[in-house]
Structure formats: structure tokens, C-alpha cells
Design a binder for this molecule. Sequence first.
Ligand SMILES: NC(=O)c1ccc[n+]([C@@H]2O[C@H](COP(=O)([O-])OP(=O)(O)OC[C@H]3O[C@@H](n4cnc5c(N)ncnc54)[C@H](OP(=O)(O)O)[C@@H]3O)[C@@H](O)[C@H]2O)c1
Length: 300
Amino acid sequence: METTMTDVTIVGLGPMGVTLAELMLRAGKSVTLWNRSAGKAAPLVARGAMLAQTPAEAISASPVSLIILFDYAAADAVLKSAGVAKVLRGRLLANLGTGSPEDAKAAAAYIEGNAGQYLDGAIQAAPSQMGQADTPILIGGKQAVFDEAQPLLKILGGKLVYLGDRIEAAAVMDLSTLSYVYGAYAGFLHGVRVAEASGISVERFGAIVNDISPSFGAFFQHQGAVIQSGDFAITESPLRISIPAVDRILRVSERLGINTELPALVNGWLQEAKTAGLADQELAALIKVLRDRERQPVLA
Ligand SMILES: NC(=O)c1ccc[n+]([C@@H]2O[C@H](COP(=O)([O-])OP(=O)(O)OC[C@H]3O[C@@H](n4cnc5c(N)ncnc54)[C@H](OP(=O)(O)O)[C@@H]3O)[C@@H](O)[C@H]2O)c1
């Protein structure tokens, strides 16, 4: 590999890119930056970072480049800008922005097609949470490439989760974790409506959700293991408990005159599970209803 000038290059200076650059500088790494709006680099340049004039100059300046742009369309435009293809040989690039599995595969094909090495990542934290021992970053790609980038990536998040050599693994897992987050958020909003309509403090509700979240995290970990094993014998929570619980949420919501879409959805799944004779299995057996519906989509 030809001589490089700095330890790491950061391409993209949105809130997350600025944070990554700050963490690298704080860890004593020499840093090259590139951003479409060059002005955003000024405070970092004042702290010793180098500012490249073009993406090609930036990527050639370091053995490892971290791409942290709004989306993969922006990353694609940057990677296909003048001169970049020629400097990819022997360079390691990791895109830590949010994208789809297809985005990750296309980026890998382009970078590896130009003799570069590629990792695809997904950050599971906000900028203010970066650089901590428990900051989670998901990474997929070849093990040897991950091993090479690991010391630098550890500076950004102590909880690096290597998901194996499938390049799209982080993007897939990001979709799964975000599905959980938005599903929980939908439940949170329904809980807010129940509390509001009943004259109970919503702020208090938020605090209680915070208190119960660690034990529910452990519960979901267990449910994931049950579904993976395919053994739905009751070990924690029988499905039969949830049938009247969700039915009650639906009936009370109707009486309160609030939106009922969410409890009606989950109630429909549970009633179907009951009809299918799953009541005396672990709650995780509800996954069978979803799988079954996918095989036999309900016609409108
Ligand atoms: N912020 C968070 O909480 C968070 C958490 C996890 C993951 N992420 C992910 O991290 C990535 C970056 O997020 P961010 O919060 O730093 O800010 P962002 O608003 O998502 O991205 C801003 C960056 O993208 C650049 N950009 C946008 N369109 C471009 C284009 N067409 N060509 C070249 N550059 C372009 C911006 O350049 P200019 O400065 O010139 O506009 C800036 O560098 C995203 O994929 C995001 O989903 C963010």
C-alpha cells in the first residue's frame, strides 16, 4: 500500500460525522475530512484535522475511510465522483450510514470491484451516545477486514457487534431493531392515549416505561431464543395470558373512545392463535400466526 498521511478519513460531517471525527481526534488519531459543505470542517481543522478538497484526495489520505452520509445515494455519488475508483485499491472503506441490504451489496460490489475492502455498518445510537463502552455498532463483512478495522471502530463504540461475512447483515439487523423500536413506539403512543383519556399522567407513564424496559429487553431476548429453537413449550409466558389482556385493552379503548387500531391488530393475531390451538404454548408461538398469514394472504 502506498504511504498514507493520516490514520482515518471521515467522509460526511452531519451531526454523526462530526461526532466520529471528534472521537478520533480525542483518541489521538490523525484525521482527514471531506464534506460537500466544506465550511463544516473548520472547527475540526482548528483541532488538527486535515481537510481534503475532493473525495478521492480524502480516501487516498488514509488506510481506512468511514462514510457517514445522509443515505447510500449520497455515498454512491461521492464514491463515483472523479478519481475515487483509482484510489480504492488497498483501501478499507466502511459505510456506517443507514441503508437497505441492497444498498450494502451494491456498495460492496463497487468498492471490491475496484480492489478496495468493504465493511457495512449501522450505528444504533445517537451522536451524544457515541464513544461509550456500551455504544452498539453493527458490522457485517469479511472477518479479516473487520479485524483490521476493529481498533478504530472500537473508538466509536465499545459494543461492536460483528454479524458475520454477509455484507448486508448490519442493514438487515438495523431493519429488525428499528421494527422493534417503531412497534414499541406505536404501543407507547397507544398507552399515552389510554393514560390521557383516563386522566393519568403521561409523564409518569414515560418514567414507568423506562423502569420496565430492562426486564422487557431480557424477555425479548428469551422470546428470540425460543423462536430460533422452534420449541414453543411454555418456559416464561403462556400465550393464553395475553389473549384476555389484549382483549381488555381493546374493549377499554373502545369505551374510552380512543383509537383502537393497534390493540385490534394484536387482538386479531391472538384470536387466530387461540383458534389454531396455540393458547397453551409460549407467547412466542404467535410468530406462527404471522408466518401462516404470509403463506395464505387474506384476500381483500
Ligand atoms: N444522527 C443520528 O442520531 C444517527 C443515528 C444513527 C445513524 N445515523 C445515520 O448516520 C448517517 C448520517 O447522519 P447525520 O445525523 O450525521 O446527518 P444526515 O443529515 O443524515 O447527513 C448529513 C451528511 O450527509 C451529507 N449529504 C447529504 N446529501 C448529500 C449528497 N447528495 N451528496 C453529498 N453529501 C450529502 C451532508 O453534507 P452537507 O453537510 O454538505 O449537507 C452531511 O455530510 C445517516 O445515514 C443516519 O441515518 C444517524
